[in-house]
Ligand binder design. Structure first.
Ligand SMILES: NC(=O)c1ccc[n+]([C@@H]2O[C@H](COP(=O)([O-])OP(=O)(O)OC[C@H]3O[C@@H](n4cnc5c(N)ncnc54)[C@H](OP(=O)(O)O)[C@@H]3O)[C@@H](O)[C@H]2O)c1
Length: 239
């Protein structure tokens, strides 16, 4: 069994998730379980990281499909018997025209998926001596921030997306309490407005800068904080 830190990242075939996987594998020598719902895209990303010298393997994982989550859990249990880090990165901003379809599609990926993953992987995380869960949130989920007229994206309030990230923040705080006795730290992070497919590459941060913000929460020490909502620079955001 590998002695490297073992991290599972959802939605890691592109964007911020891919860069988090790449940097943890190549700079921090983690072994990456690269989660992606699309096999071809996942294998392509895995090969790219391998070619850059990273230790990585593809795990087929659609966060809206419980069967793939449990299959991934069973595979990791059999092969490694533990997990050090779970990074709930997969996220969408659905453009469905019906309100209920838009909310449902967004919440399925941004809220239900992370909750099912956290529950599914708790036993494996408990086997790590420094277990961390990092939920990739957004400042758009900070109710205090997005409701302030001075907020730079005040006029871009997106009810389904913003509220899904507020719900993810609430899940973070809930699971920080629930998993504290099991020694599992649960934090969420804003990666900042980053150029990816999610926003048609309008973001002004690079995926490398976003990965740095996410990885700050991944790399916290054993006695580090839990139940925090981190900004891009590692300070804390208001809920
Ligand atoms: N970019 C920003 O400015 C920004 C700002 C704040 C927060 N965030 C958050 O950062 C995270 C990463 O977003 P990104 O900007 O890197 O966007 P992205 O490039 O669109 O990547 C999103 C990733 O999520 C995956 N995904 C979507 N639905 C999935 C599902 N059902 N199961 C598994 N994976 C799924 C996508 O897979 P496919 O390729 O198969 O679609 C893709 O790998 C998201 O949680 C997002 O909300 C982004």
């Amino acid at each position: 069994m590998s002695s490297a830190q073992l991290a599972l990242i959802t939605g890691a075939n592109k964007g911020i998730g891919y860069q988090v996987a790449l940097t943890l594998a190549t700079q921090n020598k983690y072994h990456i379980l690269l989660g992606a719902r699309n096999k071809d895209e996942g294998e392509k990303a895995t090969k790219a990281i391998e070619e850059l010298g990273g230790s990585v393997e593809f795990i087929q994982l659609d966060v809206t499909d419980d069967a793939t989550i449990f299959a991934a859990r069973d595979f990791i249990t059999k092969k490694y018997g533990k997990l050090d880090v779970l990074i709930n990165n997969a996220g969408v901003a659905s453009r469905e025209s019906s309100v209920s379809a838009q909310l449902y599609d967004t919440y399925k990926v941004n809220v239900f998926g992370p909750a099912v993953l956290i529950e599914a992987f708790t036993d494996l995380l408990e086997k790590s001596d420094n277990a961390r869960i990092v939920n990739v949130s957004s400042t758009m989920g900070s109710i205090t921030t997005f409701s302030d007229p001075a907020f730079e994206f005040y006029n871009h309030t997106y009810a389904s997306y913003n509220s899904s990230k507020s719900a993810l923040n609430s899940l973070t705080a809930c699971y920080a309490v629930l998993l504290e006795k099991k020694g599992i730290k649960v934090n969420c992070v804003d990666p900042g407005f980053t150029a990816t497919d999610l926003n048609g590459h309008r973001g002004y941060r690079t995926t490398n800068e976003a990965a740095e913000s996410v990885n700050r929460a991944v790399l916290i020490e054993k006695d580090g904080p839990t139940g925090k909502y981190f900004a891009i620079d590692g300070s804390t955001l208001p809920w």
